[in-house]
Design a protein around this ligand. Structure first.
Ligand SMILES: *Cc1c(COP(=O)(O)O)cnc(C)c1O
Length: 426
């Protein structure tokens, strides 16, 4: 595709794209605020507002405890069935409960228990630190023979397939990787890596936090054993919305969650004194669920109805390639570097632009008073400005305006007015 630096080009791309209308399914409170952080917290889908009003006024306000039998109790499975088609899984292989960190703990420990005699967990240096902490905690819990080995990166952007192959061996029980890296957006070949893990006799666990909702996923076709992922990023489930987990059908009854919660029991309301786990995916539930967050998530998934994930991915790639085109024309001469893979097949749906003044530039993007356009990306140390592309609602014109602002901020030295002091959440 031939891009152009003219603003009319962006407007024409939006006007000609049938998927651009999906943006109307979201609340856009200020069209002059450009939100490029949907990979951290997705925008508010319109159907959520009515659903939450009903959840509070009618379901909680009027139905009270009866709500549990009127549907709340089945939310973890019901939502799992809604997420299954987005990840290429069968409806009974997916469950929504707790958060990603906790689901990772449950599945990783369950996996290690069925690979006795093997003591290595393989992950990589790009993994989300929170995932690595969970894995480190598991190693600490299991004792000295266990260890976590991290696949290195040669260039800070990609992981080389040879380095993956070198790390997985006969002692490997579990390969636990994030499919799309949170910083560089590097994306693994899921099929190839899963096959490598299986050839060595290890189980494969993918974290899909930065893929689901933006990248088509085929867990069954890739023969993936286990997966976890959050719902508040490209799935737009709302702040702190509960996460999902996936266990391949034949493994469900073989694996046992280390958290023997009462909702994982075969008959929770028998209040039996001894734990007998249920046989289906609900055996990975723990305790009482956050019903309001789950109802918000359920309504948020409506925005995916009728959406072809391959078409959505094509839009994400086109928006990303356009962003890179503008970065090449305008930003690289100003000291920026591209911190994401150039090959779209190896890249998720965000682009990291690196600059030594990245933090202050990010502040200028977010804080500059009107009439300047406000742009909201996020910043990941030491120098990554992450620009998230949510193909359901990000437009070409927004990319154009955001990159124009980046150019202006650096060209004029506008960022020098901002201090380098950090806030708690960047
Ligand atoms: C966002 C993210 C998480 C978040 O985990 P929580 O338990 O929801 O805090 C975990 N892993 C990855 C790869 C993420 O991108």
């Amino acid at each position: 595709m031939d891009f152009s630096v003219e603003p009319e080009f962006a407007r024409r791309m939006d006007a000609d794209d049938p998927l651009a209308a999906l943006r109307e399914r979201f609340v856009i409170h200020d069209p002059d605020e450009i939100y490029l952080d949907g990979n951290s917290l997705g925008r508010l889908p319109r159907p959520v507002m009515d659903a939450l009003r009903d959840a509070v006024e009618r379901q909680w306000g009027q139905r009270l405890i009866r709500g549990w039998n009127e549907g709340w109790i089945h939310l973890p499975r019901r939502l799992g069935e809604r997420i299954a088609p987005l990840i290429g899984a069968q409806p009974h292989e997916v469950l929504v409960s707790e958060g990603t960190s906790i689901n990772l703990f449950k599945l990783a420990l369950a996996a290690l228990r069925v690979r006795p005699g093997r003591h290595k967990i393989v992950s990589d240096v790009f993994n989300f630190p929170g995932d690595l902490y969970i894995l480190q905690g598991i190693v600490d819990l299991l004792g000295e023979e266990y260890r976590l080995e991290l696949i290195p990166s040669r260039d800070g952007v990609h992981i080389h397939p040879d380095d993956v192959a070198a790390a997985i061996d006969e002692d490997t029980a579990l390969v636990a990787l994030t499919h799309v890296a949170f910083k560089s957006a590097f994306m693994y070949d899921m099929q190839a890596v899963t096959e490598q893990a299986h050839q060595a006799g290890a189980l494969m666990l993918w974290d899909l936090c930065h893929s689901v909702g933006a990248v088509p996923l085929e867990l069954n076709a890739c023969d993936v054993d286990l997966a976890v992922g959050c719902t508040y990023k490209y799935l737009n489930g709302g702040p702190g919305s509960p996460a999902f987990l996936y266990v391949r059908a034949d493994l469900i009854s073989q694996l046992q969650s280390p958290l023997w919660g009462w909702f994982a029991a075969a008959r929770p309301f028998d209040f039996d004194l001894d734990f007998i786990p249920v046989q289906d995916i609900s055996r990975f539930r723990a305790g009482t669920i956050p019903v309001l967050s789950m109802l918000a998530l359920e309504a948020s998934l409506d925005v995916f109805s009728g959406v072809d994930m391959n078409a959505l991915r094509a839009r994400s790639v086109q928006l990303s390639e356009y962003l890179l085109y503008l970065a090449d024309q305008w930003l690289l001469p100003l000291g920026f570097e591209v911190g994401s893979p150039r090959d779209p097949a190896r890249r998720g749906s965000h682009i990291s632009l690196r600059h030594s003044e990245g933090f202050r530039i990010t502040r200028a993007l977010i804080e500059a008073p009107p009439p300047k356009v406000r742009v909201i990306p996020d910043f990941r140390a030491p120098d990554n400005i992450r620009l998230g592309i949510s193909p359901l609602y990000t437009t070409f014109e927004e990319i154009y305006r955001a990159l124009s602002r980046l150019r202006e901020i650096v060209e004029t030295g506008e960022y020098e007015a901002y201090s380098a002091e950090r806030q708690a959440v960047t």
